[in-house]
Design a protein around this ligand. Structure first.
Ligand code: SF4
Length: 518
């Protein structure tokens, strides 16, 4: 960001960093600075196509304009314009928010937690927080640990206070502090009907429309906390991150404590199912796991890809789609990938689908992986499925794949890598932006369940095929998880072949004379 640090107060620097990051949204000229983290060849591809995003807000406003009636009528021009806008999301909005959240709340590193509805505790005051803003849940957790709050809960007959996450604000705290997690976004209703949720608090995005109505059938308080997102029938307690955050945090926790006495015993059905997991694999943590403090590096990962023990790396991310059996597409896809020695990195609700079934325990490697991946996971001590954060943290995966190119041996740009991305149960419109910034960065991106396109059009042919010549990546749509796994594996094999690492090379031992000649 070009900010001077020498001899300055920490807080002064922090304020300037924050302001410089916010300015990336409103800037009108040049390009978003963080794009320079990409390999030079990838950056040059964007520059040659004229799609380096200038500022986050500018690209969004321009695309809103270009897609109004009677404006841009060339499908390629719209797709490439959308790529510019999507790059602003991934390398701007997402990278900024993940970076600043890490600065404020800590960079994730491996941590244990429990997942599924069994994390709700009948004997304690249960608070479920659902949404995407890390600071709301962070403050609620802090205030729930206040001895005065715990004493208040105990005075009412509870054994303590139990704060758990739901969907992605929960993921933010799971990967940072090992906060237990109740489940992915369509499970919010299910949490309420246990009869032991004393309050469910929401901020922004992925709030099921029936929560207000269902809460009224039980004793649960349903509370909105963000002025941008109000729900009819909900109690609104505004959370302002800059002023009075502690007071509001206390108020929210007290509201749940006060409601504990209103539980209807006849309606309680406390679930017991939960699973242990290890999460917190930021790209920095992966670097450390592979090489330690003094020689942290992606070299061991690249070496294992080159020697074929790991065939490739796939980011399996995104939402649940209620049109299909819960979690099924995510789980079946990941099983196929692991069987074929493909390391899986996850974010969002997809990560929770796999965590609930034990795939995020190191022992899962023995059960689900092919021999190469199993050996690497055992040597490093990691699960074969790595949870790296919320669905707004996909820029962590961008940074990890940049590290892979920088470590060497796997080509010169992101499009050379044997990698892919998948959103097996696509649902939210923001997934299109996320998918498109991965396509624009050079990855194959496969979506499942549904996809907003018209088959047999020039547009379809472009995004599924020809776009690869322009951006290096391309889209795929495949509802069947086994067919999706096959097309991803075929793509990875094609990349391995282009890199010349598809066949095991004979090991040649050099004697001294041969070394001299070399
Ligand atoms: S992964 Fe999708 S469904 Fe889950 S919280 Fe994020 S946007 Fe919502």
């Amino acid at each position: 960001l070009g900010i001077a640090t020498e001899g300055r107060e920490f807080n002064d620097i922090a304020v300037e960093v924050g302001e410089a990051c916010l300015a990336l949204f409103s800037q009108q000229h040049g390009h978003i600075k963080f794009l320079e983290r990409a390999p030079k060849k990838t950056f040059q591809r964007w520059a040659d196509l004229g799609i380096l995003p200038r500022g986050v807000d500018r690209e969004v406003v321009e695309m809103m304009h270009r897609t109004t009636m009677g404006f841009d009528q060339d499908y390629k021009n719209i797709v490439l314009g959308s790529a510019r806008c999507a790059l602003a999301d991934g390398w701007g909005g997402s990278m900024v928010s993940t970076g600043l959240s890490d600065a404020l709340f800590g960079t994730p590193s491996p941590v244990t937690a429990e997942v599924d509805l069994g994390v709700l505790d009948e004997k304690r005051v249960n608070i479920v927080v659902n949404g995407h803003e890390p600071h709301v849940l962070d403050m609620i957790v802090r205030m729930s640990e206040d001895p005065a709050m715990i004493a208040k809960a105990k005075a009412l007959g509870a054994e303590g206070i139990n704060v758990v996450g739901m969907c992605c604000s929960g993921n933010e705290q799971l990967v940072r502090r090992g906060l237990n997690h109740a489940g992915n976004f369509v499970m919010a209703d299910a949490a309420i009907i246990t009869g032991i949720v004393d309050a469910i608090m929401v901020d922004v995005q992925c709030i099921m429309m029936g929560l207000s109505t269902i809460s009224k059938c039980y004793h649960t308080k349903f509370v909105t906390t963000n002025y941008r997102c109000k729900v009819e029938g909900a109690e609104h307690v505004e959370f302002n991150g800059e002023h009075g955050a502690m007071e509001t945090g206390k108020k929210l926790v007290e509201l749940a404590i006060d409601n504990y006495k209103n539980r209807d015993k006849a309606k309680i059905k406390a679930p017991s199912k939960k699973e242990k997991m290890v999460g917190g694999f930021s790209h920095e943590a992966i670097n450390y796991m592979l090489g330690g403090s003094f020689r942290g590096s992606y070299n061991p990962l690249n070496e294992n890809i080159i020697n074929g023990k790991i065939r490739g790396v796939v980011g399996v991310v995104g939402c649940n789609n209620p049109r299909v059996k819960h979690d099924w597409v995510h789980v079946e896809l990941v099983k196929e990938l692991l069987k074929n020695d493909i390391l899986v990195v996850q974010t969002g609700c997809s990560a929770l689908a796999l965590a609930k079934l034990g795939f995020m325990q190191p022992e899962a490697a023995e059960k689900y992986c092919g021999p190469g991946l199993r050996e690497v996971c055992a040597a490093v001590g990691i699960p074969p499925v790595l949870h790296s954060g919320a669905c707004v943290d996909n820029s962590r995966i961008l940074e990890a794949v940049c590290e892979m190119v920088a470590a060497g041996g796997l080509g010169n740009e992101l499009a050379d890598l044997p990698i892919a991305g998948a959103a097996p149960e696509y649902m939210s419109e923001k997934a299109i932006a996320i998918g498109h910034y991965f396509v624009a960065s050079g990855a194959l991106v496969a979506f499942g369940v549904t996809f907003p396109y018209t088959p047999n059009t020039k547009f379809a042919d472009y995004i599924f095929n020809e776009i690869e010549n322009d951006l290096g990546g391309k889209w795929a749509f495949e509802p069947d998880p086994y067919a999706m796994a096959k097309l991803i594996i075929d793509h990875i094999d094609k990349k391995r072949e282009a890199l010349g690492i598809n066949v095991a090379k004979e090991r040649v031992l050099f004697d001294m004379e041969a070394r001299r000649q070399l």
